[in-house]
Ligand binder design. Structure first.
Ligand code: GLA
Length: 746
């Protein structure tokens, strides 16, 4: 990235050289070295704030950290932005309605109806929580209205991650309205900016798009309410100067920890610098704060690397496993799920048969999916029963308890699917509690997957949702897993509860998500460790606030392995493999080995009819489960490296290396099956992350019964050789997927 001290845009020089010369002469002496300067530093990077002469907080630097932090103070003297408007471009939290004319981070309406805001520095504090974590807070106040904002910068030093949020306090005597209330406001100076962001839909999540940002504002957002990430997750990356590659280039990864509507504004200002504002989407969400009340925004989490997307993603993985994802450093259960195997069509006999299949396969758990509940309107399709969480007596006459017991006898654990935030209009819950449903009473209902959303802003609904989970655990203490689904968006956003309690309807989107967190807090207070999968009709929820409560998430209902290679590739920039559920299903006709090898790069599971597997397929799968268990520690807790991108080559290759660098696993998949695709096997793939000095032996694992490997195990290679010359996994149309185990030769 262009640093404030290093490059001044040549175009500016060309067009305005005399004018700028004058400015340098005038501007430099104006820069006082005594201005309050606040460096927020990770082990490699720095974000630096400085107050201007009137005490406005500005971002004066973002990039590689300097060894002498005292030098940051003089950076503004190198930057030729001394006309009246420029100062506010780099505001650390841009207020609206006073002297800023660019996209604000905060806009509010005071108690008297006035809409102006200015924010001046009052004080700051830096607190060290331990040897890795520190929190810097910067208190700002409006000199006229007393409104207060505190900016928080939490630094995870070793992981090079900064978590930002803000707290807005109403210090006036009457309510104020927050019209926009961002989590973070950043400012970057570089030659150019390349934004990689994601779009998609059901079964086609996480499609990347990379675009060079131009003047104006590019907005990424969601207005779906629940299932907010269906058309795009709250995650992106920005490369500076040129598009970053896996190992080169300056890149910022950003992600908003919020399970609802989000908004990112990327605004290029008139100096070709990039302003970034991120937070809750304020669309239809003006929020009233009563006197003394505060609003804490969600966290915006970033990591910055000058060594490409690979390092940046490993920063985020390390941070997530250690500090965010529930049980991120623990282990996960392999499972057999019955969704694609049975859909709604099952009974006790069928299920107990599946328990035995799970055991035969060798997985840890059986997961009972949708369709087990509701009696008046049985859940035999997605058209009825949602909300009525009593076992369907026809399908399950002996209840869940019996299934838990039978599973145990078969030698596997038992987990269950829930979608507790939702309701079918054809349900007893809807009949009894229409007032609990998000709907416009005067308008026709609109359904998403034949269902509606319960109003989680209502504490009674929160109790109900918590009760669904709680009573399952009370009755079945040995329940081992929950798959928590969320299949509908919010249409007709309107809350009977907010109306009844005289609160603005514009609180609904925010209070829904807060209500959800309240429920999840209660679940985790009582059941701290039970693994839970965050699912949302595929990948409609993938964010780091929800993942405080969940051990893993379901990236997509699309389990076609070829599609998954691309999808998992993109998700892997933001989420570690241990969090990503990959199931082997019959969705595609690709060979079982290919499907299995692709699923192994995350948390592997099955959703197939085991009894229909031929003898070799069964034998292969049993061996695959055993193989997975022997290497999962490296996949879950090791460092992930992307070796060959399927977007660029006719194959994909990725690698996981354990911390002591004596074990690695390499996965390679053919992704283009065209005849005479000579580029696949022709060249070796350079491994990464090994120890240059160590010697390694390579063995192909997870072979299909009756096949032999073309890889010989007798050669010993140095780490240097494998990372410089590389190794050829020999992927071709007869060997479409290959897994290599790399072990230190001792
Ligand atoms: C969603 C999930 C699926 C399955 C179904 C059940 O679509 O993504 O995995 O659980 O719901 O209705």
């Amino acid at each position: 990235m262009k640093q404030f001290g290093s490059h001044i845009r040549s175009s500016l020089f060309k067009s305005k050289i005399i004018f700028l010369f004058l400015l340098i002469v005038i501007a430099v002496p104006c820069v006082s070295q005594n201005k309050t300067t606040i460096p927020v530093e990770t082990s490699q990077n720095a974000l630096v704030l400085q107050m201007d002469k009137d005490n406005h907080p500005l971002i004066i630097y973002f990039g590689k950290k300097l060894s002498n932090s005292a030098e940051y103070a003089t950076i503004p003297g190198q930057v030729l932005q001394h006309d009246g408007n420029a100062g506010i471009y780099n505001s650390a939290y841009t207020p609206a309605g006073s002297w800023s004319l660019v996209e604000p981070a905060i806009r509010l309406t005071h108690a008297d109806g006035n809409t102006s805001l200015d924010l001046l520095y009052i004080n700051h504090q830096a607190k060290q929580e331990d040897d890795n974590i520190s929190v810097t807070t910067v208190l700002l106040r409006d000199p006229v209205y007393n409104s207060e904002v505190t900016l928080y910068y939490k630094v995870y030093k070793r992981e090079n991650v900064i978590e930002q949020w803000s707290v807005i306090v109403n210090k006036e005597k009457k309510p104020i309205v927050l019209n926009k209330y961002a989590s973070a406001n950043l400012y970057f100076m570089a030659g150019d900016y390349y934004l990689r962001h994601y779009h998609g839909s059901w079964a086609s999540e996480m499609k990347p798009e990379e675009t060079k940002l131009t003047a104006g504002i590019k907005v990424l957002d969601s207005k779906l309410g629940t299932r907010a990430n269906l058309y795009g997750p709250p995650s992106f990356m920005v490369s500076f100067d040129k598009p970053a590659t896996e190992d080169e280039g300056k890149v910022l990864l950003g992600t908003l920890a919020w399970t609802g509507n989000y908004q990112f504004d990327f605004e290029m200002d008139s100096y070709h610098n990039l302003r970034l504002i991120s937070g809750i989407n304020s669309f239809a969400s003006e929020y009233t704060l009563n006197p003394g009340q505060e609003f804490k925004t969600p966290s915006f989490i970033t990591t910055y690397s000058e060594h490409g997307t690979g390092e940046a993603s490993r920063n985020l993985h390390n941070w997530a496993r250690k500090y965010r994802l529930l049980d991120g450093q623990g282990s996960r259960l392999t499972l057999l799920n019955n969704w694609e195997a049975t859909y709604f069509d099952f009974d006790e006999t069928k299920l107990t048969g599946l328990f035995k299949d799970a055991k035969k396969l060798g997985v840890d758990m059986f997961l009972l999916d949708d369709g087990w509940f509701a009696n008046k309107y049985p859940r035999n399709s997605d058209r009825a029963g949602l909300g009525d969480w009593q076992e369907n007596v026809k399908k399950l006459p002996h209840g869940i308890g019996y299934l838990v017991k039978e599973a145990k006898e078969a030698g596997v654990k038992f987990g269950i699917w829930l979608e507790p935030e939702m309701v079918n209009p054809k349900s007893e819950l809807y009949e009894k509690h229409k007032d609990w449903v998000i709907r416009q009473p005067e308008r026709p209902e609109h359904y998403f997957r034949n269902q509606l959303v319960l109003d989680l802003s209502n504490p009674e609904v929160q109790n109900f949702v918590f009760g669904v989970v709680d009573s399952l655990f009370i009755k079945n203490p040995e329940l081992a897993f929950i798959k928590w689904d969320c299949n509908a968006v919010i249409y007709n956003a309107n809350s009977a509860y907010l109306k009844k309690t005289n609160q603005p309807q514009t609180h609904l989107y925010v209070d829904y998500v807060r209500g959800l967190y309240k429920v999840l807090e209660r679940v985790r207070a009582k059941y701290p460790k039970v693994p839970m999968m965050l699912c949302s009709g595929g990948g409609g929820r993938a964010d780091y606030e929800a993942l405080k409560y969940f051990t893993e998430f379901w990236p997509s209902d699309d389990t076609d392995p070829l599609e998954r290679i691309y999808m998992q590739w993109e998700y892997s920039y933001f989420f570690p493999a241990i969090a990503t559920c990959n199931h082997i299903t019959d969705w595609s006709s690709m060979p079982l080995k290919y499907r299995t090898d692709v699923a192994m790069t995350g948390k592997m599971g099955y959703d197939i009819v085991v009894s229909k597997l031929g003898e070799s397929d069964l034998q292969f799968s049993q061996q695959a489960v055993a193989n997975y268990k022997s290497i999962s520690d490296i996949i879950w807790h090791g460092d992930e490296y992307r070796l060959a991108s399927p977007w660029e080559k006719p194959f994909a290759a990725l690698q996981f290396v354990n911390n002591s660098k004596d074990k690695a696993i390499v996965f390679a998949y053919l992704t283009n099956f065209r005849f005479m695709n000579t580029t696949t096997s022709a060249t070796p793939v350079q491994f990464k992350g090994l120890d240059l000095q160590k010697k390694y032996r390579i063995k192909e694992i997870n072979l299909y019964p009756g096949t032999t490997s073309t890889i010989t195990t007798d050669t010993v290679y140095s780490g240097e050789y494998l990372m410089t010359v590389g190794f050829n996994p020999d992927v071709n149309t007869r060997r479409t997927s290959v897994i290599l185990q790399v072990d230190e030769a001792r």
